[in-house]
Write a protein that binds this ligand. Sequence first.
Ligand SMILES: Nc1ncnc2c1ncn2[C@@H]1O[C@H](COP(=O)(O)OP(=O)(O)O)[C@@H](O)[C@H]1O
Ligand SMILES: [Mg+2]
Length: 331
Amino acid sequence: MRTRRQDDVVFEPVMRSLSMRRIDQILQTVAPKDVTVTLIGESGTGKEILARRTHELSKRRAGPFIPINCAAIPDALFESELFGHEKGAFTGASERSIGKVEAAEGGTLFLDEIGELPLLLQAKLLRFLESRRYMRVGGAKKMQADVRLVFATLRPLEQEVREGRFRADLYYRIQGVTLNVPSLRERRADIAPLIAQFAAQLSSRHGVERPRLTRQARAAMLQYDWPGNVRELRNVVETLCLLRGGREARLADLPDPVRGAPKSSRSSAGSDTLTLSLDRPLDEMVGAIVQAVLDREGGNRTQAAARLGVSVRTLQRYVASGRVADLPSKR
Ligand SMILES: Nc1ncnc2c1ncn2[C@@H]1O[C@H](COP(=O)(O)OP(=O)(O)O)[C@@H](O)[C@H]1O
Ligand SMILES: [Mg+2]
């Protein structure tokens, strides 16, 4: 008998932080109504997962959820992608094809990166949104769409309108409930539960035990700014599962930027500045730097080497040469 893979378990999105709990409250309220929802947020903040949640919390949940990335479709194919086409509608249209609007019938159509849509196509989209009617390219039959719309954008659309890149009439047409999805660094309370969820999910997917994060590694992940947001965090946890599954994952196992000195509130004991006198021999200055880093890493040569961007052997040679005095005992 085939057993159900752990992987099949559906994980709820993590929404532990206050700002995400607020967003979820609003979604719980508006999702069952058919209003348009617009999600604004940096890449990787979870706009698509929230669009899916909107669908799942709606009466349309049994219907399809169809995403369409407006930034990824060549201009010439946009109408056909959205509305479909009849056989022979244009060169290469060898078969009738169903568009995304028709595929989303009875469900939710998610238009991602709406701000990237060229002006000409914005006009075509507006025409559809006003009537909810469309025709397949090369077709004659007017079709009526029954879809719920969710939009996502990286930048606020007001700004795009002001700068003439987005049609004001389309902007007003898609106004519904607008939610600002905060970056991960603005809702750090989500980092730990996200690490836990991804570690569970991805270790099981790859058939490994979870990696065990050391205290320092965890602290670095909690302090890092995550410019790539949840997507970046997920990738880091996936790499740790693959490389350190069932073992300790230490600071040195994290990618450089994550491990690097955080900009804010360093919690470890050592300071991260060092004053050097410029009239001393280079050897002495290098020795002082190595010494300071070793001190800060509590004498851990692996971590110190990683911070300095040299191999442990290089560091050890340095220590053995006597240029570093008073090495604290190795932990
Ligand atoms: N709150 C969350 N809980 C669990 N996983 C999340 C959460 N937010 C984002 N993710 C995951 O992070 C990745 C990026 O999310 P996505 O929705 O595609 O972001 P965006 O559309 O804003 O670029 C996806 O793998 C998604 O499943
Ligand atoms: Mg996305």
